[in-house]
Design a protein around this ligand. Structure first.
Ligand code: DGJ
Length: 707
């Protein structure tokens, strides 16, 4: 029974965690508990009331309100702010009723005077050990209500404790970098203001006690994400009374939504959890949840080839066919043609919006190429950037007003392109018709959906409330994706946004995978994949083997940059990519026969381990950001077999590597492991570990089985 309910107190239980809330003596809906599941309902602490203190210091200063609104004597980060038609901008939410429907608890709050309702939704995801929270806002009256902040949840932590905040920062080519810092007095804000969930911050947080920090597989951690693909905000507030609260939801920067008579708005979901097994336990819970909501579930991803790094914009029928032939001979299953194939697209200066084959490059259309790819036994995939328009395009000439802009301001071009206003129904319908046309007329099985710039001059001509653009645009993107998915359920979609700029969980209910970064240099890629793995499972992270061997980008907030020269071994590059969804992006014309032979064998090996990597449980044994020796372990869902990857990048001195201790094994069971003579017990493998000898830029992939 995941929800225990009485008229004024509720406990949501998952497999091993619990969350409790209730109405206190002053009638306020307050937080009671978040942590390990307790044996009896009576174990959960009561709803505390700090009435006397509250009247002295202000309403929500000490009270741990579940969903604080801006109003009254309240100075904390609120979850909700609205302005009513008479310009009153003070909200007083009172508890009205509650209802349990299966695994969902709904708590209905209403304003004391105005016809405004806010329903708080809570869901206990028992099997995933996670909670979901979101809200629905209703306008029951005739006058419009302007919503100015709507968070999905406020998460409270135990008071009078010091916490450390972990989050993922980054930028283009260096996404998903783990940042850890003490949470000090005041408010720390993480957000996106770019119309996508963004490269700069990922909507994930984790908090642990400063005096008992969580480790990879040990310790307590409270964590959460927001399922939203646009502007978002998370506030981490540490008050002078020692309470710690996290507000998370839509960004209120440059934001307003007008709710007309009888209208409702559903805010995105915040998913959160408590782990008693450190960061590893937290990420495995999120992985299970992400995998369960992928459009094609745990179906294996095809090994793909993508032409972008090989050909750039120089694509044509003959060149693509030549690459496809080699790709097929290596065991590639899906051939994806990237940017450069459509009308007028010879550089990034033109063509976006004109989604038909460039007559010069593909004089007979795409059909001959697709047939040839299919004849080689591969599926065909195509790159699109549907949300964009180039000034130099027929689409822009026909519909200049479809681009997001302010009529009196210059339209800032980034990568020579503008963003179509997907808040407009006609724009959505146009894109649906265009892409539906491509998918219906050609045998396309995979779409790489790119989105390469951030919004600016966010005007929306004709809208009653143009500041709603940030939200209505994202809803428009969802409608286009959802319609296409429904019409073409067998097509796999990848979400790309200049790399990992839109890799959030809401996209991953529509896309089967994301492209986490344009940085495919394998050592930095290991770090990017490491950061992404705090939230995203391997099956959602496409990873190409390429020829990229650039100098390392200056690290994000960490030590000096390391310069690497010389060719990185092909095996090392493959192993790094095999930790995600293996793809190839190298120029295959440059690979000699021995490299192709090696690639063939590695692809075959990957296909054998793919179910374990894709659907298994991840244990991060050694972090690539903490040293030159890193390792990952994937265990099959029934934990009877596994795969171990270990990498050594560059150590300045020849150093003996420390023993590598495995995780998640049964202590008494025996395991036979590649590279070792006889079987060893789980206890030995987890406590003594194994010794590896690795040279600079070498790696191992070992399989193991329970015997
Ligand atoms: C950005 C993507 O991240 C790349 O992989 C590639 O598709 C380019 N766009 C194409 O313009």
């Amino acid at each position: 029974m995941p929800i225990h309910a009485s008229p004024n107190a509720w406990v949501l239980e998952t497999h091993s965690t619990a969350y409790a809330l209730g109405i206190n003596a002053s009638g306020a809906l307050v937080h009671r508990y978040w942590g390990p599941r307790l044996p009896y309902p009576a174990d959960y602490p009561p709803a505390r009331d700090f009435g006397e203190w509250s009247s002295f210091y202000g309403r929500s200063e000490i009270n741990l309100e579940e969903y604080p609104a801006y109003g009254g004597a309240s100075y904390r980060e609120p979850c909700f702010k609205a302005t009513f038609a008479d310009r009153v901008r003070d909200t007083v939410l009172e508890f009205r009723s509650s209802e349990v429907q299966g695994d969902e608890l709904q708590i209905v709050l209403e304003d004391a005077f105005y016809p405004l309702g806010v329903t708080l939704h809570y869901r206990a995801l028992e099997a995933f050990d996670l909670l979901e929270r979101w809200v629905t806002v209703h306008n029951f009256g005739p006058d419009p209500i302007r919503l100015e902040r709507i968070f999905s949840a406020q998460w409270h932590l135990s008071i009078l404790e010091d916490y450390r905040l972990s989050h993922l920062g980054g930028r283009w080519l260096e996404e998903f970098q783990l940042v850890q810092e003490p949470l000090t007095h005041g408010v720390k804000v993480l957000e996106s203001r770019r119309i996508t969930s963004g490269h700069q911050n990922y909507p994930w947080f984790a908090l642990d006690r400063a005096d008992a920090p969580a480790l990879e597989e040990r310790g307590e951690l409270w964590f959460g994400v927001l399922e939203w693909s646009g502007n978002w905000k998370a506030t981490f507030e540490r008050t002078e009374f020692g309470s710690t609260r996290v507000g998370i939801g839509l960004n209120d920067w440059d934001f307003a939504l007008l709710l007309g008579e009888g209208e409702s708005f559903v805010a995105p979901k915040s998913v959160a959890g408590y782990s008693s097994t450190g960061f590893g336990g937290a990420s495995r819970a999120l992985h299970r949840r992400v995998r369960s909501s992928l459009p094609h579930g745990d179906a294996p991803h095809k090994v793909l080839y993508n032409s972008w790094e090989a050909t750039g914009f120089e694509v044509n029928e003959a060149g693509q066919m030549e690459l496809a032939e080699i790709a097929a001979s290596l065991g590639v299953e899906l051939f994806v043609m990237d940017d450069g194939w459509f009308h007028g697209r010879n550089s990034d200066a033109a063509g976006l919006g004109d989604w038909w084959p460039d007559e010069r490059k593909f004089p007979h259309g795409l059909e001959p190429l697709i047939s040839r790819v299919n004849a080689h036994g591969m599926d065909f995939g195509l790159w699109l950037e549907p949300e964009m328009v180039s000034i130099e395009s027929d689409l822009y000439r026909a519909h200049p007003d479809w681009a997001i802009h302010f009529p009196t301001r210059a339209r800032t071009e980034m990568r020579n392109q503008l963003i179509l206003n997907l808040a407009k129904l006609e724009v959505q319908d146009h894109l649906i018709a265009r892409i539906d046309g491509l998918l219906s007329s050609l045998n396309i099985k995979f779409i790489k959906w790119d989105m390469n710039r951030n919004a600016s001059e966010p005007g929306w001509d004709g809208a009653q409330e143009p500041r709603a653009l940030w939200v209505r645009y994202v809803e428009g993107v969802y409608r286009v994706w959802d319609t296409l998915r429904q019409r073409h359920p067998n097509v796999t979609f990848q979400s790309c946004s200049g790399g990992g700029g839109r890799a959030d969980l809401a996209m991953l209910t529509r896309a089967d995978q994301v492209w986490p970064s344009d940085n495919t240099e394998p050592t930095t890629r290991l770090e990017i994949q490491h950061g992404a793995s705090y939230v995203l499972p391997a099956c959602a992270l496409e990873a190409w083997v390429t020829d990229m061997e650039s100098e390392r980008m200056p690290p994000f907030g960490r030590g000096e940059s390391a310069l690497r020269r010389g060719k990185m071994p092909l095996e090392f590059r493959f192993h790094a990519s095999m930790c995600g969804v293996l793809g190839i992006g190298a120029n295959l014309l440059h690979w000699d026969e021995s490299e192709r032979e090696q690639a063939r064998a590695l692809i075959e090996q990957y296909k054998a381990i793919q179910p374990i990597v894709q659907n298994g449980e991840l244990f991060r044994l050694k972090s690539p950001i903490k040293g030159a020796f890193s390792a990952l372990e994937y265990l099959s869902p029934d934990r009877t077999e596994g795969v171990l990857f270990a990498f050594r990048t560059h150590l300045s001195e020849p150093v003996v590597l420390p023993p590598l201790r495995l995780a998640g094994l049964e202590r008494e069971a025996l395991y036979q492991m590649d590279g070792l003579e006889g079987p060893l017990s789980g206890t030995a493998l987890m406590n003594v570990g194994i010794s590896l000898e690795l040279k600079d830029f070498s790696s191992v992939l070992w399989r193991f089985y329970r015997v």
